[in-house]
Design a protein around this ligand. Structure first.
Ligand code: GAL
Length: 486
């Protein structure tokens, strides 16, 4: 009988961040309270027919009014770090600094101060999908001006909260925002402008990020001594049939169009990967596309993206098997440019939502890939989690196993592959509004009763498991025998 694997000694650095993450629109509610302006997610949900059973984040976990309850959860888990996002339009109702909402400032000041007085380090995301509607009305992330609006907002936040917040993320997951919001129409603002806007939106997000990083560097870093990065989401990809050169090449493209799209400008050449440029140009020629350049160029006259990540912020959820795409379409699209199909490996268990194959060893491989392709950066895993759908199980043993397996893989990335992992943030502290899936999908370490006005929070068994892992600083993580990577 194989013995269970253990992590006997401490491999995580002494100051390792043990965290959990949330995002404003997913937990806060109070969508129009105390002077908050609307965001594109308010508009999207109120339009009906967009989200599972027309759920919305109008109330969500009501964290705007129940922050004290969230703080109790954070303390119960023994977290050292908490990742939250600011609602841009709660602070600046029309998205610009022409009017600051004092109640918004007061709310986030309380959250930050409470965290710090409880020895919990805040990590703040400035924009987690919820762009102020007023800025959408003037072109949103497609408008070149958005980079300046974002930079002004970022400077305002650095100035107001940067004496206490030392870990900043500018933008959450540009790829998901651009792809689901502008290519697939599943997220706000709900557009399907195939093969064009996705590149423009991602480009403007990178420009905005770079501007804000340079602002911090020039005006705040010296005094505040914090760090600024951008949260990038990536799957890990492997060829469906490693003996087929077409599948191997498609897998490489998959990583190019998933992660390298952002890491090349930030950590590599300062520009988009050559392979992406070539594919897009080839598709333009093949399909006779004459609508102008689809992949924008970085201007020489603007702050450069290269070197603008003080650490690597990685959101990882799943892995894919990839094969060469055989069908071709008549119009340009992101999928056509990619020319690869993703396939679920039937041996990978699926957690709750259909897209989430549970592959903890994919995280270790991705961490190694990042070490090798991004010059060995310090890495925070800023999101990773496991969802439940259907009847709620407070005794969520599958999720307990998931956290054990995953953290064992992370520990191997540290001890065996030498990846400089500095922290891990579970997604999520609470069950919350899971975007187009509404409240039907639950990722929390705490169950939230959305039917009661108190939105009662109850710790899942996985919360207890995570708490125990934190208490042991990641030592003695057990996995079922035979599982996991060597
Ligand atoms: C991420 C997103 C989170 C959360 C998570 C689970 O893409 O940043 O807000 O929803 O996925 O699906």
């Amino acid at each position: 009988m194989a013995l269970p694997q253990h992590v006997p000694v401490q491999v995580f650095p002494q100051d390792f961040a043990w965290g959990a993450a949330t995002a404003a629109y997913q937990i806060e509610g109070g969508w129009n309270m105390d002077g908050k302006g609307p965001s594109i997610w308010d508009t999207f949900c109120h339009a009906k027919g967009r989200v599972f059973e027309n759920h919305s984040g109008d109330v969500a976990c009501n964290s705007y009014q129940l922050w004290d309850e969230d703080l109790k959860c954070i303390k119960q888990l023994g977290l050292t770090h908490y990742r939250l996002s600011f609602s841009w339009s709660r602070l600046l109702p029309d998205g610009t600094t022409s009017f600051v909402n004092p109640k918004g400032v007061q709310y986030y000041n309380k959250v930050i101060n409470d965290l710090i007085s409880n020895a919990v380090t805040p990590m703040v995301t400035l924009n987690h999908f919820d762009l102020p509607q007023a800025l959408q009305d003037v072109g949103g992330w497609k408008s070149p001006q958005i980079a300046d609006f974002f930079d002004n907002y970022a400077r305002f936040c650095f100035k107001t909260f940067g004496d206490r917040v030392k870990l900043w993320l500018t933008i959450n997951e540009p790829i998901i925002y651009a792809k689901l919001g502008y290519e697939k129409g599943l997220f706000a603002p709900g557009l399907k402008e195939l093969g064009t806007s996705v590149y423009l939106v991602a480009h403007n997000m990178l420009r905005a990020h770079a501007k804000a990083w340079h602002s911090y560097d020039a005006h705040f870093r010296h005094e505040q001594k914090g760090k600024v990065s951008i949260a990038l989401n990536s799957d890990w990809a492997e060829p469906l049939d490693p003996s087929l050169p077409g599948d191997v090449a498609a897998t490489k493209r998959y990583m190019n169009f998933e992660l390298d799209w952002f890491t090349c400008p930030l950590f590599g050449t300062g520009d988009y990967p050559e392979s992406m440029k070539c594919r897009i140009e080839a598709q333009n020629r093949e399909l006779g596309f004459t609508g102008g350049e689809r992949l924008p160029k970085f201007s020489e006259d603007e702050p450069k993206p290269l070197g603008t990540a003080d650490f690597f912020a990685l959101n990882y959820y799943t892995s894919r098997k990839v094969k060469e795409m055989t069908s071709c379409s008549s119009e340009v699209s992101l999928a056509g440019d990619l020319g690869a199909e993703r396939v679920m490996d039937p041996s990978w268990p699926v957690s709750g939502v259909s897209w989430l194959a549970v592959v903890p060893e994919g995280l270790r491989k991705l961490l190694k890939y990042i070490k090798e392709t991004c010059n060995n950066p310090a890495v925070y895993i800023t999101e990773n989690g496991f969802s439940q759908v259907g009847p709620v199980e407070l005794e969520d043993s599958d999720r307990c196993q998931f956290y054990q397996d995953t953290l064992l893989e992370v520990s191997k990335a540290v001890s065996k592959d030498g990846v400089n992992v500095r922290g891990y943030f579970a997604w999520s502290l609470l069950d919350n509004f899971e975007w187009s899936d509404g409240f039907s999908v639950r990722f929390g370490l705490f169950h939230v009763d959305f039917c009661s006005t108190e939105c009662k929070r109850t710790m899942y068994r996985s919360g207890k498991e995570y708490k125990a892992i934190i208490q042991r600083h990641g030592t003695n993580i057990k996995v079922e025998s035979g599982k996991g990577s060597k």
